[in-house]
Design a protein. Structure first.
Length: 598
């Protein structure tokens, strides 16, 4: 049995039972049963299951852990959290998230005018709104309007000109000022893929000189009372906590210095994101837990506040990845196995074959458990020799086909014989016996970070989990692009099952995809989002809610500004009525391939 590292990355959200992958909640439904039910409802293409109860679990864990740490250290500041909309701003994800966080006044962080509109409409009054990123006067004006609506909003200043715009709009509109925060450019930097978010050369934040200049402007214009927060961010998903400790010391001292200068209403430090998510299914890469994280934050800020004789700051955190990643699971069926569907009936042996072909055939017929490994090695060597002979023109295409078929049949027979006794030895030649699994999804649409930054995601089948997987697997998507592949990696090998797709369905699940993948997904080859389904549990029964069907081809063409009325008109004028009806019906379908979902 292979557990695909589920004990490393799943945080007990999922489990393996009776050979099936299940949701470890309520009545513990199996993924295969959920898929069958969705399939019966005529939803087609890959599926994205969302589990709002996992978001709620993460929110509860975050607040409870910081509350416990605050009690342990008798910390006077309050803990607050906001969800960054850039991580996942789709409505069927966001609405349940906001509801889950209501009891904590869990808020939202925004970085654009469009996101600010969402927050102004859907964020609960009294829950904080943090506005990061570069801003023009319109965006700043929206901040004033949000304040007028009753929102607890803080505009984080990224440059001195933004502060000047706040002053200008305050005078022009006569509206009450929103809270103001200063994003500080720290010397200390995080580590890993997103480390450039922090450090002295980072894109965002004010230098020490600019911080003093900003404070001077606030003081001279008598609006220093609106300065309530300083903010920093040193990286997303930090696997070690050491860089955060350095950043906390630096930001804590900046906070204390501003307090002692006279910023009496400054009361909060926003530590940005950074809480790590475990993406590896091979070994643990995150070197701390949430309790250690919370304790270090509180202890460090408390020590600085006590040393500088200032009040302990309220703590804000923006760790959206921690909240959202685990709550979404992508499911795709395997369409085809390349190199694995060879059958001995396809052999076309001649009366007189090249000697190496005859040898391959003898290896296949004579193989037993004692000779399996030796014969498999021999067959691979013979195939390489025969391919060279083909290139030199000494054997024909039919000979080459027979060589490929026989070698593959030998490997599959050896795997069958050696599956138990010599499995470890078999792994040594994984790169020679890979299976190519063609999946009905787009990496560019559903897993863009795989293509963009080589991000890992846990991958596993949802059935056959009581059987040993024996095939080293490369995964292909259906896009017309060679980058649409997750190749086999012998340092982090993915093994899957050898299955007969004519007799059964075989599905793969991709985990930890709830952060960024939805909003970064691109329409390469004009593939749209998969069908999205919120899975909720009511009275120990599973219910599918907020189902959003994958877009039709016609809808996608509309979205990228094609005139679909014109397209249909051209088809209608070019085709007979029956053919036109067929084409019109195809336009109503999505771009994914029609297979077992049909």
């Amino acid at each position: 049995m292979e557990d695909y590292g589920i004990g490393i990355w799943s945080d007990d959200n999922f489990l393996i039972e009776d050979g099936l992958l299940k949701v470890n909640y309520s009545n513990k439904p199996a993924f295969i049963d959920m898929i069958k039910e969705i399939k019966n409802k005529n939803y087609k293409g890959p599926l994205l299951f969302r589990f709002p109860h996992i978001n709620l679990k993460q929110i509860n864990k975050l607040y409870a852990t910081f509350e416990n740490a605050s009690k342990e250290y008798n910390y006077k500041g309050k803990f607050n959290a906001v969800f960054p909309l850039k991580v996942n701003n789709l409505p069927n994800f966001l609405h349940p998230l906001i509801k889950s966080g209501e009891k904590y006044s869990y808020g939202l962080e925004v970085g654009s005018k469009a996101e600010l509109f969402i927050a102004m409409v859907y964020n609960k009054i009294g829950s904080p709104i943090i506005v990061n990123g570069f801003k023009d006067e319109e965006m700043i004006h929206l901040g004033f309007i949000a304040k007028k609506m009753g929102h607890q909003i803080t505009l984080i200043i990224e440059g001195i000109n933004e502060l000047k715009s706040i002053l200008k709009l305050g005078k022009e509109t006569k509206l009450k000022f929103p809270n103001i925060g200063l994003r500080v450019r720290l010397f200390n930097q995080g580590i890993g893929t997103w480390a450039k978010s922090g450090g002295i050369y980072s894109k965002f934040g004010l230098s020490s000189t600019e911080i003093l200049e900003a404070y001077d402007i606030l003081e001279k214009n008598k609006i220093c009372q609106y300065l309530t927060m300083i903010h920093f961010h040193i990286g997303s998903s930090m696997n070690t906590i050491k860089p955060l400790k350095k950043a906390l010391k630096e930001s804590g001292n900046i906070y204390a210095e501003l307090k002692n200068l006279g910023a009496n209403n400054l009361n909060s430090i926003n530590i940005g994101g950074g809480l790590a998510v475990e993406y590896s299914q091979y070994k643990r890469t995150v070197q701390y837990d949430l309790q250690e994280f919370a304790s270090d934050v509180i202890f460090t800020l408390q020590s600085i506040a006590n040393n500088k004789n200032v009040e302990e700051p309220n703590i804000f955190i923006e760790s959206g990845r921690f909240i959202s990643a685990a709550s979404s699971v992508l499911i795709s069926p395997v369409l085809e196995l390349f190199s694995g569907e060879y059958d001995k009936e396809q052999l076309k042996l001649k009366k007189k074959n090249p000697p190496l072909i005859d040898e391959l055939n003898e290896l296949y017929l004579d193989m037993n458990i004692k000779t399996a490994l030796e014969y498999m090695h021999d067959s691979i060597d013979h195939l390489e020799s025969l391919l060279k002979l083909f290139d030199l023109g000494y054997i024909d295409l039919e000979d080459r086909s027979n060589a490929e078929l026989l070698t593959n049949l030998i490997i599959k027979k050896a795997i069958y014989l050696l599956e138990i006794d010599d499995y470890d030895e078999l792994k040594k030649i994984d790169h020679k016996i890979q299976e190519k699994y063609l999946l009905n999804f787009s990496i560019f649409q559903s897993l863009p970070d795989v293509w963009g930054i080589n991000q890992e995601f846990p991958i596993m089948p949802i059935t056959h989990l009581d059987k040993k997987p024996t095939r080293s697997a490369s995964l292909w998507d259906i896009t017309c692009d060679s980058d649409g592949e997750i190749p086999f990696n012998d340092t982090k090998p993915l093994y899957l099952h050898s299955v007969n797709l004519k007799k059964e369905d075989y599905y793969l699940a991709f985990f930890q995809v709830g952060a960024y993948q939805d909003v970064l997904g691109m329409r390469h080859n004009l593939f749209s989002n998969p069908t999205q389904i919120n899975v909720v549990f009511e009275k120990n029964k599973i219910k599918f809610k907020q189902i959003i069907r994958s877009q039709s081809i016609s809808d996608i063409l509309d979205d990228i500004d094609y005139n679909t009325y014109e397209i249909k008109k051209i088809f209608k004028n070019s085709l007979d009525n029956n053919t036109y009806k067929i084409v019109k019906s195809y336009l109503k379908e999505n771009s994914y391939l029609k297979t077992t979902w049909s």
